[in-house]
Design a binder for this molecule. Structure first.
Ligand code: ZN
Length: 427
């Protein structure tokens, strides 16, 4: 095997000859990738000949030929692992986000660290199998059913970390501050499990975690009083900081009534918006909100399959992008776990909303699901097939009914593939 200029490609660790691979924003044929100690050591894209079963320069170490289209593993930036228990059970009867939330609270009320671990482990295993390599777990189920902390106050969070380890997925555990049922209202029902009482006690519990995979989150402006918002932003101190934002019109109305500000304006005034911040949903925004988010270079995490399942609405994804915001994706409630569906969902929702096609390119949506998504979780070393990157790749089979005959292109990946087309992984 030689390069076009006659050089021999370097070799170390395990080598794989990929039939097709996403390199940058293009799908290229015949890409040689070396992996050593979970790091990509070389990427060679100018091969002129291949000898299956033989290493470069006639060495005896084999090159594994990988059929299909290889991608960096995807980043699922918004997850509530326990919502997976609701799949197929909340699609009956009429209702709204708020009636769905009552069903969700019923699950939240009965989980223990052991059952939470088991549910999360299976949820994360499904993510791994469908192409996902990193998850942002938005975790607020902290305490016992009556609100008393467990002996280890972080027992539930540690159950999630263990579940991620055992499923083989990277996790950013976004430890969530949740203090109120609504603006000025004490937690009630299952919500007592979510609350630490005040922001200082929340911060003390997070400090006791002592695990570098922990980031932080503000549940929403509904659940965190104004004076506590800045406390969370301060604790974040450069770590990923995630916030549910304007998923529901009722949240906007309550915020304007209480503070005379939209949720976005309130977060801006309290120092929450910035490049390390991810705003989840960002559905019902004003033009001013969009400018504030773009100017802050914040991430916006869209979760189209959940947003349509819960009848949330359609957020202004392209307008946010065009003002400087950076798009990421999440499967959120896990009504389905399929980041390919989330990718195309962003574009499809824009089409239905505007009666125009072509708002987002396949390459842009792939960037949202890979490099930008990982960056928003604090994993800047992942999401690309490039030297020095964390080696976690997924292989799409091109012989499935869905992909057969589509040609190996970014458009095929985004607009035709599903998680079920993931047939292998390379680490
Ligand atoms: Zn959420």
């Amino acid at each position: 095997m030689t390069l076009r200029d006659g050089r021999i490609p370097p070799s170390a660790g395990t080598e794989h000859l990929l039939e097709y691979a996403l390199v940058g924003d293009k799908v290229l044929p015949e890409v040689l990738v070396g992996i050593e100690d979970s790091v990509i050591t070389h990427v060679t894209t100018e091969l002129v000949c291949t000898e299956s079963g033989t290493g470069p320069d006639g060495r005896s170490d084999p090159v594994e030929r990988v059929a299909g289209l290889t991608l960096p593993a995807l980043a699922n930036c918004h997850s509530h692992a326990f919502h997976r228990a609701l799949r197929g059970r909340t699609q009956t009867d009429r209702g709204t986000f708020w009636t769905w939330r009552e069903q969700m609270y019923a699950v939240a009320a009965r989980l223990t660290p052991d059952s939470y671990y088991e549910l999360a482990r299976q949820t994360y295993a499904e993510m791994v199998a469908t192409g996902i390599g990193a998850v942002g777990e938005f975790h607020y189920l902290h305490h016992q059913p009556d609100g008393t902390p467990y002996d280890d106050p972080n027992a539930m969070g540690r159950a999630l970390l263990a579940a991620a380890d055992d499923a083989g997925i990277r996790i950013r555990l976004l430890d969530t501050c949740y203090l109120a049922a609504g603006i000025g209202a004490a937690p009630e029902g299952a919500q007592v499990r979510f609350s630490d009482g005040d922001a200082t006690r929340w911060a003390d519990r997070v400090a006791a975690f002592d695990d570098d995979r922990v980031g932080v989150a503000i549940h929403s402006v509904r659940a965190v009083p104004r004076k506590a918002l800045g406390v969370v932003a301060e604790v974040a101190a450069g770590r990923p900081l995630h916030v549910h934002l304007s998923e529901q019109v009722a949240e906007n109305e309550a915020c304007v009534a209480a503070y005379g500000l939209t949720p976005t304006q309130l977060l801006a005034e309290e120092g929450v918006l910035g490049p390390d911040t991810t705003l989840v949903h960002a559905t019902h925004l004003t033009a001013t909100d969009i400018s504030l988010i773009g100017d802050a270079r914040a991430h916006v995490c869209f979760c189209p399959t959940t947003e349509r399942d819960l009848a949330d609405g359609i957020g202004p994804s392209r307008a946010l992008h065009d003002t400087g915001a950076r798009l990421t994706l999440g499967s959120d409630s896990h009504a389905v776990i399929d980041l390919f569906e989330e990718m195309r969902g962003v574009e499809m929702h824009e089409r239905l909303h505007t009666q125009q096609r072509g708002h987002w390119s396949a390459a842009e949506l792939l960037a949202a699901a890979t490099t930008t998504g990982h960056a928003s979780l604090g994993f800047a070393d992942a999401g690309r097939i490039a030297v020095g990157q964390h080696a976690d790749l997924r292989v799409l089979g091109l012989e499935s009914w869905r992909l057969r005959g589509t040609s190996a292109t970014p458009e095929s990946v985004v607009f035709a593939a599903t998680g079920a087309d993931v047939v292998g992984e390379l680490r």
